[in-house]
Design a protein around this ligand. Structure first.
Ligand SMILES: [Zn+2]
Length: 378
């Protein structure tokens, strides 16, 4: 998701990265502050003063967002989770954790740390603004400090909305998780509640757009879509991880699959195996020894009129590390192999002995059943 993020710094071992979309937001913030918000606060000020104040305010917001994410990262580190980096993007920031929290308690503290940091920043900026006022500091400085106090307060409140995977949604999930002891059931509940917020945001956006405020209406719609996509992705990832955890290829594969003989002609293979049993991938075995495989793609490369004269042996794809997996391979590792190589069908073998065949469809079929029955819905 953050493929085009630019690395700008390294703080306490974390890479701080900025996604291209954040530059757009930074420009929008400077523009709206300099042309709309600050001119009403400082009537009669020079344009250069307004633009300079807007840039300083934007940088202050930038630093505030990073401190918010650093707070998450620090607490996560305290609970032994590794953080690979912090990325700022369109909707704020994200601390990339390399694994999920181990308990509801740790998830609660990691999630709440960000809004608490924003709240502390709001107080600090408010206090600084008060001091600046008492010491009669320049008006633009007081204005920027006040703006940063308000924006951090808003950030804290907005992030505390119980819409998973925002901070408040994670706090909610932590509570549900601690109460039920079931992370997957808690995530499902939190995702459903998040969807209600997402549709609510989108409705508000549509109402605003139809009443003429097109640009204002766009934001809630985007936030709603973002919530829907991120919460569902997080849920799907967790379902996959839970379902395939401790499952091996041997448990998920098709045992005793149909096989082909090297002397078989392609027309015989197509009619007696592919069409007869509705399959498109078969291991080739001779006298109990696994030689390789043939599939529909290989056969289709041969002209149909040559199918009666071509044998399986002529087109066989030999066994190698790329198309064969051991039975003890973890289900999750198989899935990452599929993602990495794009290959969807594998032979399962021990030395040269054929044990079975495993396809992406086998894994997905299992995931579907798991989703339907393995988790209580409340
Ligand atoms: Zn946060």
């Amino acid at each position: 998701m953050w493929g085009n993020a630019l690395k700008i710094a390294r703080i306490r071992g974390f890479d701080i990265k900025v996604d291209a979309s954040w530059f757009l937001i930074a420009a929008l913030i400077v523009w709206s502050l300099a042309t709309a918000y600050f001119p009403t606060e400082l009537p009669g000020a020079y344009t250069t003063t307004l633009v300079a104040s807007a840039v300083v305010a934007m940088l202050g917001l930038f630093a505030s967002l990073i401190l918010h994410e650093l707070a998450h990262a620090e607490v996560a580190g305290h609970f032994g989770l590794r953080i690979s980096g912090i990325t700022l993007f369109l909707f704020g920031g994200v601390a990339e954790m390399q694994s999920e929290p181990a308990s509801g308690i740790s998830e609660f503290w990691i999630a709440i740390a960000g809004p608490v940091a924003s709240l502390c920043l709001a107080l600090a900026f408010w206090f600084s603004a008060e001091i600046a006022e008492v010491t009669r500091s320049p008006a633009p400085a007081i204005m920027v400090l006040n703006y940063l106090a308000w924006i951090n307060l808003l950030l804290a409140i907005f992030n505390l909305l119980p819409a998973f995977p925002m901070d408040g949604g994670r706090v909610l999930r932590a509570w549900l998780w601690t109460r039920s002891g079931n992370l997957l059931a808690a995530t499902r509940r939190a995702t459903t509640i998040s969807a209600i917020f997402a549709y609510g945001f989108m409705c508000l956006g549509l109402i605003a757009a139809f009443s003429g405020a097109m640009a204002t209406g766009l934001w809630p719609i985007l936030i709603g879509l973002f919530l829907l996509v991120t919460s569902r992705t997080a849920l799907a990832q967790l379902e996959t991880k839970t379902a395939l955890d401790r499952r091996t290829v041997a448990e998920l594969m098709t045992r005793q699959p149909w096989t082909a003989h090297p002397d078989q002609t392609l027309s015989d293979l197509v009619n007696r195996v592919f069409l007869e049993h509705g399959i498109s991938f078969v291991p080739v075995v001779e006298n109990g020894t696994l030689l390789g495989y043939v599939d529909l793609q290989i056969v289709r490369k041969i002209d149909r009129e040559n199918w009666t004269t071509t044998t399986v042996d002529d087109v066989i794809e030999s066994v190698d590390a790329g198309n064969t997996v051991p039975p003890q391979l973890a289900g999750l590792d198989l899935l990452s192999l599929v993602m990495k190589t794009g290959r969807r069908k594998f032979i399962v073998a021990d030395q040269n002995e054929l044990l079975g065949v495993i396809t992406l469809s086998d894994v997905l079929a299992y995931l579907n059943v798991f989703r339907e029955v393995a988790v209580p819905t409340s």
